[in-house]
Each structure stands twice: as structure tokens, then as C-alpha cells.
Design a protein around this ligand. Structure first.
Ligand code: PRP
Ligand code: MN
Ligand code: MG
Length: 182
């Protein structure tokens, strides 16, 4: 079924438990005003869907899409917005939700883009942080898990577009994404 998977790194139960804490923190810090939750397509979709359902007040949802990785497992370093927000965020309280911060290039670019529209508040929540891979320092306010430098898929994260629907966060077998040695 999931033949290219090496092992589970973070189980669905661990994710669910961590989301309770994360949502509790976010709820206590960001309650008391309208909140717009922005997800970054496509990786953040599953995380955002679970997270917002744990917040005890109504929020609005919007999405942005960027292209950077394409089908490669290595970042091209070039970030481009392929779908912008539907809402105007000027003067609004915003929570940006990402599945993973790796080099930081995507988040760094997006934060610049969003800040230029002058939201009243801009907070960042990422499920996974891979600090070893960081190329640019980036603002992250809420982190689910800090993970080692391994290629992970599942719970929204893909390899070549696949595995987003895997319920656990798993490590892919190396031979899947590494070309065999010549
Ligand atoms: C992945 C991931 C983050 C970004 C993190 O998105 O979902 O958005 O890369 O990498 P970085 O910190 O090195 O910029 P991807 O470009 O694969 O698009 P996807 O969300 O549609 O899978
Ligand atoms: Mn992404
Ligand atoms: Mg991806």
C-alpha cells in the first residue's frame, strides 16, 4: 500500500495530541478579535483543516499557492505566487499556516508579501520545523514538531505530488528520491 515508506516518524495519534496543545496556545493568545487563517497550498491543507476545528471561536479561511519545489525534492530557491488571497488582509489579524519550514525561503517570501499589505497582526504556525536546512532566518510563532533532516511525507506533505493523504508523517525510503550512484 505505502511501499515507498521507510518508517513512521510522527504518528497520527502524536499529531492529534500535539494539535490539542497548539490550538490551546493559539486560542488563548489570539482570542478576542476576528482571525483570518491563511493556508499555503497545497501542503498546509490537512494541517489547517485539523487545526481550525480545534479553535473554539469562528475564524475565516483563505489560501495562497506558491511554486518553488515543483516535482524535485530540492528547493529551486525561487518562490512565485501562483494563487493570491481572495481577501484583503489590510488591518486584519492573520494566522499563516504552513506544513513545514525547511530552507525558510517560502515562508520568508510569503511573510514579506503579506506584511506589505499591512495586516494588524501576523502570526505564523508551522507543523514541522527542520532547522538544519535553514538558509534564511524566518519568523515562526508556533511550531508543532522540530524534526531532523529527513525527507518526510504524509499529513499534507508530498513527494512528487503523492502521499499527502497518508495519515502519519513518514520518512520516505532513500532510494525513492536519491538517484542510484553511477
Ligand atoms: C513545501 C512545503 C513548504 C515549503 C517549505 O511546499 O509545503 O511550503 O516547501 O520549504 P522551504 O522552507 O525550503 O521553502 P512545496 O513547494 O513542495 O509545495 P506544496 O505545498 O504544494 O507541496
Ligand atoms: Mn508548501
Ligand atoms: Mg511539496
Amino acid at each position: 500500500m505505502w511501499q515507498e515508506i521507510d518508517r513512521v516518524l510522527i504518528s497520527r495519534e502524536e499529531i492529534a495530541a500535539r494539535l490539542e496543545d497548539l490550538a490551546g496556545t493559539i486560542a488563548s493568545e489570539l482570542a478576542g478579535g476576528e482571525l483570518l487563517v491563511i493556508g499555503v497550498l497545497k501542503g498546509a491543507v490537512i494541517f489547517l483543516a485539523d487545526l481550525v476545528r480545534k479553535l473554539p471561536f469562528p475564524v475565516e479561511i483563505d489560501f495562497l499557492a506558491v511554486s518553488s519545489y515543483g516535482k524535485s525534492s530540492v528547493s529551486s530557491g525561487v518562490v512565485r505566487i501562483t494563487k493570491d488571497l481572495d481577501y484583503d488582509i489590510t488591518g486584519r489579524r492573520v494566522l499563516l499556516v504552513e506544513d513545514i519550514v525547511d530552507t525558510g525561503l517560502t515562508l520568508n517570501y510569503l511573510l514579506g508579501h503579506l506584511k506589505s499589505r499591512q495586516p494588524q497582526l501576523l502570526k505564523v504556525c508551522v507543523l514541522l520545523d527542520k532547522p538544519e536546512r535553514r538558509k534564511v532566518p524566518v519568523q515562526v510563532d508556533y511550531v508543532g514538531f522540530t524534526i531532523p533532516d529527513e525527507f518526510v511525507v504524509g499529513y499534507g506533505l508530498d513527494y512528487a505530488g503523492r502521499y499527502r493523504n497518508l495519515p502519519d508523517i513518514c520518512v520516505l525510503k532513500r532510494e525513492v528520491y536519491q538517484a542510484p550512484r553511477a
